[in-house]
Write a protein that binds this ligand. Structure first.
Ligand code: NAD
Length: 320
């Protein structure tokens, strides 16, 4: 009997955030009923405003660290709720630890009760400042639990451990996506992440701020590629963690230069102190995603940056 005959119900916690809202869009397009649960602590209703009124979409404003219940059957839960940018989780340390621990526990409890599949949005931050490069899923990480970033990294490490415990002990059908830096439309201009910061500064003609000497690297993935990977993982049978990101690595200084050129800006670059425990290098090994999901990112950085910049220049009220 084919499941496609029935409408499946999905829950997206954190669905009014950057990634969660793109996931809601994708699920609605795939024919799912989507229940978006978000307390709007870092998200915004404007990200899902276009879905409100769609009969396939429901929004519930709620903190998922509290007792979590929804009526009726649920087929799949995507647990995306968590402050995610360094500015947010440094400002919201306790909420970050709570949503990664208590929130994950509540969402797993709901999955167990509904016999639903559960997909955790984990992060490359579980690898900390990595001593292995590129990072494969077999690497256990190098995290400072008591540093300022520990609130996010350890919450996600706990969330992964809790997810595997529910899988092994309660038989919940779980998936873990280790998401690497992703960018695109609906990021907030002032969320402290490099791409929105560089774009906003370049578009306004302000000096572009690069931390450290700019030689630290990141690998940035465009949002539509990431969501494709998440969707494929949710449809697969693979239980162990899967890295999702774009292996195309670039130094922060080169990224800043690329963005200044793309914005046709006259901005100059200034260097500031590197934040505490900032990872020096970051590049996903996506061998598992390639072989298990047949997934590989397809949007080149130049194209992804162009689309994102269009979004930000509209946000800033600039005509470009
Ligand atoms: P975001 O801040 O835009 O979205 C997170 C959403 O979760 C927000 O809408 C926020 O209001 C909501 N939320 C937070 N705490 C909540 C709570 N207690 N109850 C209900 N809702 C709550 O961030 P994002 O970039 O979209 O990240 C989404 C998920 O993906 C996060 O779990 C994050 O850790 C993970 N992730 C993101 C990236 C990335 O590059 N964007 C990388 C790795 C992992």
């Amino acid at each position: 009997m084919s499941h496609t005959m029935f409408t499946q119900t999905s829950i997206v916690t954190g669905g009014a955030g950057f990634l969660g809202s793109h996931l809601c869009d994708r699920l609605v397009r795939e024919g799912f009923r989507v229940i978006c649960i978000d307390n709007l602590i870092t998200g915004n209703m404007s990200n899902v405003a276009h879905l409100v009124g769609n009969p396939s979409f429901a929004f519930i404003q709620y903190d998922v660290t509290n007792y979590l219940h929804v009526d009726g059957p649920v087929d799949v839960i995507f647990h995306f709720a968590s402050p995610a940018s360094p500015i947010d989780y440094l400002k919201l340390p306790i909420q970050t630890l709570k949503v990664g621990s208590l929130g994950t526990h509540k969402a797993l409890g709901l999955a167990k009760m509904k016999k639903a599949r559960f997909l955790l949005a984990s992060t490359s931050e579980v690898y900390g400042d990595p001593l292995m490069h590129p990072q494969s899923e077999l690497y256990w990480g190098n995290v400072n639990p008591v540093g300022p970033r520990g609130v996010y990294d350890e919450a996600k490490r706990f969330a992964e451990a809790m997810t595997m415990a529910y899988h092994r002990y309660h038989g919940v059908d779980t998936r873990i996506a280790r998401i690497f830096n992703t960018y695109g439309e609906r990021m907030r201009l002032n969320d402290g992440r490099a791409i929105p910061a560089f774009m906003s500064q370049a578009l306004k003609g302000e000096t572009v701020t690069v931390f450290g000497d700019g030689n630290q690297t990141r690998s940035v993935c465009y949002v539509s590629d990431l969501i494709e990977g998440i969707f494929r993982l949710s449809q697969s049978d693979y239980v162990d963690p899967v890295n999702l990101g774009n292996p195309d690595e670039i130094s922060m200084l080169d990224l800043a230069k690329e963005i200044i050129t793309l914005a046709a800006s006259k901005s100059s670059i200034v260097f500031k102190d590197l934040p505490v425990d900032d990872p020096k290098i970051r590049q996903p090994d996506i061998g598992v995603a390639r072989s298990v999901l047949g997934w590989t990112p397809s949007v080149p950085r130049k194209e992804g940056l162009r689309r994102t910049m269009q979004y930000f220049s509209a946000m800033l009220g600039l005509t470009k």
